[in-house]
Design a protein around this ligand. Structure first.
Ligand code: SAM
Length: 248
């Protein structure tokens, strides 16, 4: 099989078309031929095997011949709410969060935000999620929400399990006693930090301010440190089948 390709409408027995970058990659770079098998995923938890039925310039038609539910998701959801950094650092954050199994990313608007995550940014980040999912074997896409004001989100997140606010003046994370069995939601501020009013709003809504060490981390480092901490505590076992791109 030649890599993994995303098709949101793929299902057993259906004929699907891969065009654009995906079709070009399969047809021109991978040089698939009629009868070859390709691994697809639908972004909602299913992995599918599809057989090539025609190849034209930059377009590949396939018939889905097998499908299975195959979860590589964390048992307990981890949500990251982040005042996004700019440019490549933003992309890096989304790629690594996807690999670590973060369930949902919420771009936060804060008083000191440097990057305004508009519709274009959100669309671009969703494409980064797809690329990272192809590589890491995830069949369910990490959700990327529209940006929202942090104070509104602090309140809205009340039913989302334990909530930790990354705060250099908080108590050490290890003392915060977040159990591996609970869903967790983490908020990370912008380069200039949350304002006192934003911090107070979070604490008033039951967020726990936690410190990640004596050094000041960049936004994306703090976000990925938290994602790694909560992801790795869940002690997942590998699924029955290896990720299709896993090295031997
Ligand atoms: N002077 C800012 C402050 O006091 O918050 C530093 C901002 S830091 C560059 C960006 C964000 O990363 C912070 O708002 C916080 O959420 C998180 N962060 C960075 N270092 C941290 C640490 N050591 N402990 C907890 N959170 C940290």
């Amino acid at each position: 099989m030649s890599g993994r390709y995303y098709h949101p409408e793929a299902s057993l027995g259906r004929r699907v078309l891969l065009a654009g970058d995906e079709g070009h990659h399969l047809a021109t770079v991978m040089r698939v031929r009629i009868g070859d098998e390709v691994c697809l995923f639908d972004g909602r938890g299913r992995e599918l095997v599809a057989r090539v039925t025609s190849v034209r310039k930059g377009t590949v038609e396939l018939e889905v011949v097998a499908e299975r539910e195959l979860s590589r998701e964390l048992p307990r959801p981890v949500t990251l709410a982040v005042a996004l950094p700019k440019g490549e650092r933003q992309k890096w954050l989304v790629e690594k969060a996807t690999e670590l199994g973060v369930h949902r990313l919420v771009p936060l608007r804060t008083e000191r935000s440097v990057a305004q995550a508009g519709a274009e940014t959100v669309a671009r980040l969703r494409r980064v999620v797809i690329e990272a999912s192809k590589q890491c074997g995830r069949n369910q896409l990490m959700e990327v929400d529209e940006a929202r004001p942090c104070t509104e989100f602090f309140q809205a997140a009340m039913g989302m399990g334990r909530r930790v606010l990354a705060d250099p003046h908080g108590r050490p994370l290890a003392e915060a006693a977040v159990f591996a069995s609970e869903p967790v939601c983490c908020a990370i501020g912008p380069e200039g930090g949350f304002t006192e009013a934003e911090r107070a709003a979070a604490l008033a809504s039951g967020w726990d301010a936690v410190c990640l060490g004596a050094r000041i981390l960049r936004v994306e480092t703090a976000a990925i440190a938290l994602a790694a901490y909560f992801s790795l505590r869940q002690a997942e076992r590998p699924p029955a089948a290896p990720a299709p791109n896993a090295p031997p």
